[in-house]
Design a protein around this ligand. Structure first.
Ligand SMILES: NC(=O)c1ccc[n+]([C@@H]2O[C@H](COP(=O)([O-])OP(=O)(O)OC[C@H]3O[C@@H](n4cnc5c(N)ncnc54)[C@H](OP(=O)(O)O)[C@@H]3O)[C@@H](O)[C@H]2O)c1
Ligand SMILES: [Zn+2]
Length: 379
């Protein structure tokens, strides 16, 4: 199910806090950073905050710059991004600033919360959407994508919302503004709460930018840990994109596909990458990547192989097809973009071979056109 690109945004103290325990909201950013946030909002299709933040801060969540709103309208978009909140209970104050400012609003809630929310928000034109008995984040993101057309979602907290999205592998990017102050209160709201995170505490995110903005430092990170089992994570999409990019490196051939592959450990460490015909005229991408990892590497059983094309099930050029090589290496999870067409081998079913051996095979068809791009000449 396609999701929007999910960007978690927060300002955080040096001790990892989002606020202090006082009744007034603690301002962590300065004017330059508020302006940067305004720009990120203007680039987003929707802005989401949890009901806890609505109750604590009574935010407006607007694009404040008239020029940025005008640019959105000139591009055929609404002046303001869609405003989204999530509430299990439906306990929402209809007089809050969130409802009376900006453009369209939607509340995602539970079956039970929907009754309370609909009652409280009656007459305000707010879309109240129940996503089942509990708040299922995947259902929220799928609805935003498919029904509201949201492609880029900015999440502005609070801690409980950020924690769940990161723990469930649903965050594509983190943008943190590190403020030069220490809150120093043990019960002040934390950016991330305790619990299990994908890849565990040794999983390192990829740092993609740091930039001073006034007296805060903007840090941008991309989570790297693969999903677990059949459930894809946002990081799975990023790794599969890389595999599709690697396919473009292949020396062209009229008799074989151009394919890229990446092998990634459970903690998000890249173990190897490869592409077709990288090492010799008949090598396949998965084979080229796996050949770079020592056999018996203890990280292989927990690793994921990303391949732009379904691993081959039969091949003339080598004794073992790639699906077999993957299983023999001990890997039990494969993410791929494109099922193998009948161009060279009829009814190849590498995914079936992998699944029959107990491996999880995840197909992400959103990337199929990127996987096909370096193979257009084979049509
Ligand atoms: N520094 C920053 O950048 C920043 C940004 C935003 C917020 N904050 C701070 O963060 C604090 C608020 O954070 P918070 O963690 O209390 O609140 P929050 O994350 O904004 O919202 C939590 C609420 O969202 C709903 N919710 C979230 N996940 C749910 C689930 N799985 N099932 C059902 N309901 C779910 C629940 O609403 P119901 O209770 O209605 O069911 C829950 O109480 C405030 O102090 C605020 O100032 C700071
Ligand atoms: Zn192969």
């Amino acid at each position: 199910m396609p999701h929007p690109y999910v960007l978690l945004s927060a300002a955080v103290s040096l001790d990892g806090r989002l606020d202090d325990t006082g009744p007034e909201r603690l301002l962590l950013s300065g004017p330059a950073d508020f302006d940067r946030v305004d720009e990120v909002r203007a680039d987003s299709d929707a802005i989401l905050v949890g009901a806890g933040t609505l109750r604590a801060d009574n935010p407006r969540l607007l694009v404040n710059s008239a020029e940025r709103r005008a640019a959105r309208v000139a591009a055929g978009r609404p002046a303001y991004p869609l405003k989204v909140t999530v509430s299990g209970t439906g306990d929402l104050d209809p007089t809050a600033n969130f409802w009376s400012t900006g453009g369209e609003k939607v509340v995602y809630t539970s079956d039970e919360g929907a009754v309370t929310a609909a009652e409280a928000l009656r007459g305000l034109g707010v879309d109240v959407v129940s996503v089942g008995p509990g708040l299922d984040w995947r259902a929220v993101l799928t609805h935003l994508h498919d029904v509201r057309g949201v492609r880029r979602l900015m999440v502005e907290g609070g801690g409980r919302v950020h924690t769940q999205l990161l723990q469930q592998g649903l965050a594509d990017e983190l943008q943190l503004a590190l403020a030069p102050l220490v809150v120093g209160q043990p019960h002040a709201p934390k950016l991330f709460g305790s619990g299990a995170y994908p890849g565990g505490p040794r999983s390192r995110m990829r740092l993609i930018e740091t930039r001073p903005v006034g007296d805060v430092v903007l840090m941008r990170y991309v989570p790297t840990a693969p999903g677990t089992g059949p459930v894809p994570s946002a990081a799975d999409h990023r790794w599969l994109e890389l595999a599709c990019e690697l396919a473009a490196e292949c020396p062209p051939s009229r008799t074989a596909f151009s394919v890229g592959a990446v092998v990634v450990a459970a903690d998000g460490t890249e173990l190897a990458r490869g592409y077709s015909r990288e090492s010799d005229p008949v090598s396949h991408a998965e084979e080229a990547a796996l050949a770079k990892i020592a056999p018996g590497d203890p990280r292989l059983p927990g690793a994921t192989v990303y391949s732009s094309l379904e691993p081959c099930a039969r091949r003339a050029s080598r004794p073992a097809p790639c699906a077999r090589l993957i299983l023999d290496a001990g890997v039990r999870r494969v993410v791929t973009a494109w099922r193998e067409p009948d161009t060279f081998v009829a009814a190849a079913d590498g995914n079936g071979l992998l699944a029959a051996a107990g491996a999880d095979v995840v197909v992400l068809p959103e990337h199929e056109s990127a996987a096909k791009a370096p193979n257009r000449h084979l049509n």
